[in-house]
Design a protein around this ligand. Structure first.
Ligand SMILES: Nc1ncnc2c1ncn2[C@@H]1O[C@H](COP(=O)(O)OP(=O)(O)OP(=O)(O)O)[C@@H](O)[C@H]1O
Ligand SMILES: [Mg+2]
Length: 361
């Protein structure tokens, strides 16, 4: 994410400094680079003191340090209080509840015993409050025999939603309060890994559902008064209800395709928002599909890419490699965006890309 944000910022001639714990981070060769822990107060303070404007592309950062930097006159967008609220799925859900934002019913839990005592709430999903990502902090608890899988940590139990679709909307707000959203996209998840496997834009939704989802996304960013971009993940139920799943205050997996398919990319939009520039036109120029390039199971080591030539012969196929040196099963190593006027053609090309391009070691 950071790398694509910088890529976009080069066009605005913005000099970037990057803090990342990995010496070989994808950003390390394209910006002034500091290696350090994002969760360490002193490290973030020292790094932030040398910047004019600070932003993030991961929520797990030391927000105490970011708040202190704001006190010292630095601009930090998204605002540290909002990052803090979003860091914990429990405070996120309470925020939806207090602001009448539709979301799945839930109860807070402190440990596995708490979950075991909520048998009458099943079927449900047990989620870790903090530090879950890429589906790793999510456990479906359908019935009594799944109760042994409960997390023994603070989190929540939320009703299992038999959703028809998962969609996402990326919305942006600048300091002046201008708000613009991207058209909704549709996510198709890997059945086992809980990672987005494909994404289609535009989402196939009725106008009524699409505008309902758009209103929800806009009302969240306005209620938060967030400066930057916000990805809003939502479920569409078989009855046509829209429920918010979770939000992320940064460039998001569900917005990669905006680089090729929309007038303004999510990355440029984020920069426009935090620099208080007019927000860009979000209009979609072509339908698109996005395929995440995940490390092939069974391979771990220096990444090699198989099938690149075959897929690059196709028109409308755009490859993005993130420059991660080492591949591991299901690690996000890159993505491919496919643009095509014809939606059926898109699906065929997306399948071909998925079956042909492999990350091995
Ligand atoms: N209440 C629910 N009912 C049904 N499925 C759910 C529910 N909550 C989550 N899921 C499924 O689990 C996936 C991951 O959940 P969630 O987005 O909360 O976790 P995450 O680890 O933060 O995900 P990511 O980092 O991939 O966005 C969802 O995209 C959805 O497919
Ligand atoms: Mg999610």
């Amino acid at each position: 994410m950071g790398r694509m944000l910088i890529q976009s910022g080069i066009d605005f001639n913005i000099p970037f400094s990057v803090l990342d714990p990995d010496a070989h981070a994808p950003c390390s060769t394209i910006a002034e680079f500091s290696k350090g822990k994002l969760t360490d107060f002193d490290t973030v303070m020292k790094f932030g003191s040398s910047c004019d404007l600070i932003t993030i592309e991961i929520e797990n950062v030391n927000t105490q340090a970011l708040k202190e930097l704001v006190k010292q006159g630095k601009k930090v967008y998204p605002q540290p209080e909002i990052i803090e609220l979003i860091q914990d799925k429990r405070t996120q859900k309470l925020f939806y509840q207090q602001n009448n934002i539709p979301t799945a019913d839930f109860v807070l839990v402190n440990n596995a015993d708490d979950v075991r005592n909520k048998e009458s709430f099943l079927p449900a999903v047990n989620k870790l409050g903090r530090e879950g990502y890429d589906g790793r902090g999510v456990q479906i608890v359908r019935d009594k025999k799944d109760l042994s899988k409960a997390f023994d940590a603070p989190g929540l139990l939320e009703k299992l939603i038999p959703f028809e679709k998962e969609i996402a909307i990326i919305v942006a707000r600048n300091e002046k309060g201008e708000v613009k959203s991207f058209p909704p996209v549709e996510m198709v998840f890997h059945p086992v890994q809980n990672l987005v496997e494909y994404l289609f834009a535009p989402a196939r939704l009725s106008n009524a559902i699409a505008s309902e989802a758009d209103l929800i996304a806009k009302s969240i960013i306005q209620k938060l008064k967030l400066v930057g971009i916000l990805a809003v993940e939502m479920f569409v139920t078989p009855e046509g209800k829209v429920l918010v799943n979770e939000i992320a205050p940064r460039p998001h997996n569900s917005g990669h395709q905006t680089i090729e398919a929309n007038d303004t990319s999510q990355y440029e939009q984020h920069l426009r928002a935090i620099l208080n520039l007019p927000l860009g036109d979000t209009r979609m120029n072509l339908p698109s599909a996005m395929v995440n390039l995940l490390g092939e199971p069974g391979y771990e080591g220096f990444a090699q890419y198989q099938g690149m030539e075959e897929i690059m012969k196709l028109s409308g196929v755009h490859v993005h490699l993130y420059g991660k040196r080492v591949t591991k099963p299901f690690r996000k190593m890159g993505h491919v965006t496919i643009v095509d006027q014809d939606i059926d053609g898109l699906r065929k090309k997306a399948d071909f890309v998925k079956d042909t391009l492999k990350v091995i070691a």
